[in-house]
Ligand binder design. Structure first.
Ligand SMILES: C[S@@+](CC[C@H](N)C(=O)[O-])C[C@H]1O[C@@H](n2cnc3c(N)ncnc32)[C@H](O)[C@@H]1O
Length: 231
């Protein structure tokens, strides 16, 4: 699993260009993936949501737009430069007034037991040094009946796999190097996606952390999955 010091400094290096690179490299569909996540959360009318590994805050801002202003949203990440980008957006756009951005480690959440109705985690778990520990921590801070919404890369349908990995390994690092000036960060991205489990194994890991039932919604020919785990 990834080295947390290396991951933290890598996100610190690319923080300023993170949003642009994301939208460009995904052809803009990352916005649609996050929207699916946010709509699933909004259906449950939560009063308190933790957006873990919030990064530059896009999921937190989307939640803030979709949920009532009375909903308390906490955006947490261990990389301060990524959080700084989120705060700049919050202050310059006058949006997300119900969001508090806080630094914190997903492996040891500085949060009370059973204090959230929902936890969202978008493209963060793959980067954590111990994803089993992170899932246990999420389970701990959820109240009984609360839900985890995990959006992450996954393993694509067999027929799509060669096209997908050709794009990931050959095309994406070149475009990313041009946009962010950091080819290494995006070679890491490809490696981390390739080694990441498919949706069935992931569902098993979520259940092993204590969640009672888990559903998986596959998107983009299986290359992305939204797992919803019920505590
Ligand atoms: C690919 S970004 C995802 C950001 C955002 N959720 C999104 O959808 O764009 C991954 C984020 O995970 C954060 N991260 C990695 N390990 C972490 C940990 N142990 N605790 C908190 N954040 C972590 C990184 O700092 C980075 O901001």
């Amino acid at each position: 699993m990834p080295d947390p010091v290396a991951v933290n400094s890598m996100f610190a290096r690319i923080a300023r260009r993170y949003d642009v690179a994301n939208h460009l490299l995904s052809g803009g569909v990352d916005i649609w993936w996050r929207r699916r996540l946010v709509h699933a959360v909004a259906r449950e009318n939560p009063l308190a949501v933790l957006d873990l590994a919030t990064g530059s805050g896009d999921v937190a801002f989307a939640l803030s737009r979709e949920l009532p202003a009375s909903c308390r949203i906490t955006g947490m990440d261990f990389c301060q430069p990524m959080l700084d980008e989120a705060v700049i957006k919050q202050q310059s756009g006058g949006r997300g007034i119900n969001i508090t951005f806080i630094q914190g480690d997903g492996l040891a959440l500085p949060l009370a037991d059973a204090s959230f109705d929902a936890v969202t985690l978008s493209f963060g778990l793959r980067n954590m040094a111990d994803r089993h520990q992170a899932l246990r921590e999420i389970h701990r801070v959820l109240r009984p009946g609360g839900q985890l919404y995990l959006l992450e890369f996954s393993q694509p349908y067999t027929w799509f796999s060669p096209i997908y990995f050709f794009y990931l390994k050959r095309i994406l690092p070149t475009i990313a190097a041009a946009v962010t000036g950091d080819r290494g960060a995006y070679e890491y991205l490809c490696g981390s996606i390739e080694q990441y489990p498919g949706h069935e194994v992931m569902a098993g890991e979520i259940r092993a952390a204590g969640f009672g039932s888990v559903e998986a919604i596959r998107m983009m020919m299986g290359s992305v999955a939204l797992h919803i785990g019920h505590k």
